[in-house]
Design a protein around this ligand. Structure first.
Ligand SMILES: Nc1ncnc2c1ncn2[C@@H]1O[C@H](COP(=O)(O)OP(=O)(O)O)[C@@H](O)[C@H]1O
Ligand code: SF4
Ligand SMILES: [Mg+2]
Length: 327
């Protein structure tokens, strides 16, 4: 039996807009292959604007205009047979959401309706998947579950704005975990939180992943967070995965120049030296660079990088790396 729970194959997607008679295509996910395992904490990192949120939306099966899939597929492997999310019917997708795959969007307020009390959000999202319970049994289950997340039952009778940011995030985690899904997808779940609450929330997610023995796919631009919780990481740059591997290998021997830059830029205790930031900014994905998308910023670029696209290969460090120099 496969140890995979979800895979993407040759995934390519763009935002396609027609504004003032002008067509614009933003090529935001460009040939992404991921194989995500059962029972792992999988991290996706990369600077803002590199396509992380879009990739997560696709992985969760959300693909609505202006986002369009041009090629490839996403398969959920937790059922009797693989379910291709872009070929699935609305009904099939509805059945697996929250029960098999839950998705914590960027900013917990996006999930929690600001004009509905928290208990209504639980009823809206989770109760349809737990119809074997009576309403009273369902409430009891929710209260017990929230207690596990150190939230009192009073939270259920509150509006989202009456809770602190950390509590709202724990409510969202509660919603996402109530049905014990095989996959929890979380987009920058701790970015808006202060450091102490951030640490608490991450500790909670790690504990939940161990208890449920399920898979968490965590996106954050903050590599220090990945260092603490992720078993494996994929580094994304301008819509492509440039390096993927075990967190320890990525941190010990980053093989891709972009990963090396991200790791060198991490603040270290007692380190007064000014960090050597890369020149320039990530490219405009409406007009991405030819060849290796990183070449305009890469200090090691050679002629070949301007015209040829490097494919992922196993580097000596044990990570899959898309760079000619790591081959
Ligand atoms: N609805 C949209 N329409 C057009 N372009 C979009 C839309 N959403 C995101 N983009 C563009 O896609 C790129 C990647 O965005 P995103 O997936 O949010 O990246 P990240 O999460 O890494 O910051 C950005 O250049 C952004 O401007
Ligand atoms: S392929 Fe070339 S431009 Fe791309 S990261 Fe490697 S050396 Fe740099
Ligand atoms: Mg994002």
């Amino acid at each position: 039996m496969s140890d995979l729970i979800l895979q993407t194959k040759g995934l390519r997607a763009s935002y396609i807009t027609h504004l003032y008679g002008i067509d614009r295509e933003v090529k935001v996910v460009d040939g992404v292959d991921l194989a995500i395992r059962k029972n792992e904490f999988f991290g996706i990192a990369g600077e803002s604007g590199c396509g992380k949120t879009t990739l997560l939306k696709l992985i969760a099966g959300f693909c609505k205009p202006p986002l369009q899939v041009q090629a490839g597929k996403v398969e959920f492997l937790g059922l009797d047979k693989p379910l291709s999310l872009f070929d699935a019917t609305e009904e099939e997708l509805y059945k697996i959401r929250w029960r098999n795959i839950s998705y914590i969007m960027q900013g917990s307020m996006n999930v929690l309706n600001p004009v509905r009390k928290i208990d209504k959000s639980f009823i809206d999202f989770a109760y349809p998947h737990m119809q074997e319970l009576t309403p009273a049994q369902f409430r009891e289950r929710v209260v017990g579950h929230l207690g596990n997340l150190r939230l009192s039952k009073d939270v259920l009778d509150s509006y989202p704005h009456e809770l602190s940011g950390g509590m709202r995030q724990r409510v969202t985690i509660g919603l996402a975990t109530l049905c014990s899904p095989e996959i929890i997808i979380a987009d920058e779940p701790t970015t808006a939180l202060d450091v102490v609450v951030q640490r608490e929330t991450l500790g909670l997610m790690k504990r939940i992943q161990k208890e449920l023995a399920n898979t968490i796919i965590l996106v954050t631009h903050d590599l220090a967070v990945h260092a603490n919780v992720s078993d494996r990481i994929a580094i994304m740059y301008a819509g492509t995965i440039v390096e993927e591997g075990k967190t320890v290998d990525i941190f010990d021997h980053p093989a891709h120049p972009y990963t090396q830059h991200l790791i060198r830029s991490l603040p270290r205790l007692g380190d007064k030296e000014k960090k050597g930031y890369l020149k320039g900014a990530p490219p405009n994905l409406a007009d991405p660079p030819s060849g290796c998308r990183f070449h305009p910023r890469c200090p090691l670029a050679i002629d070949r990088c301007r015209t040829e696209v490097p494919l992922p290969k196993m580097a000596s460090s044990g990570t899959m790396t898309a760079c000619f120099l790591a081959e």
